[in-house]
Design a protein around this ligand. Sequence first.
Ligand SMILES: *Cc1c(COP(=O)(O)O)cnc(C)c1O
Length: 221
Amino acid sequence: MTHVAENINVLVGQIPTKIKIVAVSKFKPAKMLLEAYDMGLKRFGENYVQELVDKYQELPKDIEWHFIGHLQTNKVKYIAPFVHLIHSVDSFKLLVEINKQAKKNERIIDCLIQIYIAEEDSKTGFEESEFFEMLQNGSINDLTNIKICGLMGMSTFTENLEQIRKEFKLLKTISDKAKSFNQKNIELKEISMGMSGDWQSAIEEGSTMIRIGSAIFGNRN
Ligand SMILES: *Cc1c(COP(=O)(O)O)cnc(C)c1O
């Protein structure tokens, strides 16, 4: 058995089946993704547009491709024909562009709103207040080719699991509060939080979707 297959066996045995695993495959060769695919994983997460497009073209067509990195508006068009879920929507301007490109492709693109929950300047996302302002002002209503399916968050890069847990709790609280805004194109059912080092806490705090890279594919150089 390959390392990837062994890692997946161990991981899948520990994770409740209702939790969706996104295998984060950035910088990893297509061959390794195929090993994961052969173990039954069909959801892959990528951070870079060109890498995602290349892998999409090379790999089996029943893979769900998730975009999880910072997305520039001028690159949305390249992934719009096939992307399954964009986790990392960090501005209204980006939502407008995703909607435009989705319309061109005659489809609806599922999105998560990335919320800034960390205590670090380098992480992106909506501030909680900005997010609620956007919900309240109704500007999303006109974007009929997107669907907001939930929220995504990245915790602070720290060993301090208490801090991380606090941030996950915050994201869950924001999601619960925002559920009163559910409407045609907003239905908050997913919470994308938790990575290789902290997925257990994330699940305990209400995650529905974990993004696992190194625990499956090994460390990235
Ligand atoms: C790279 C990455 C991950 C996976 O991180 P690991 O610690 O390797 O599991 C998850 N989410 C995002 C947004 C990433 O960029």
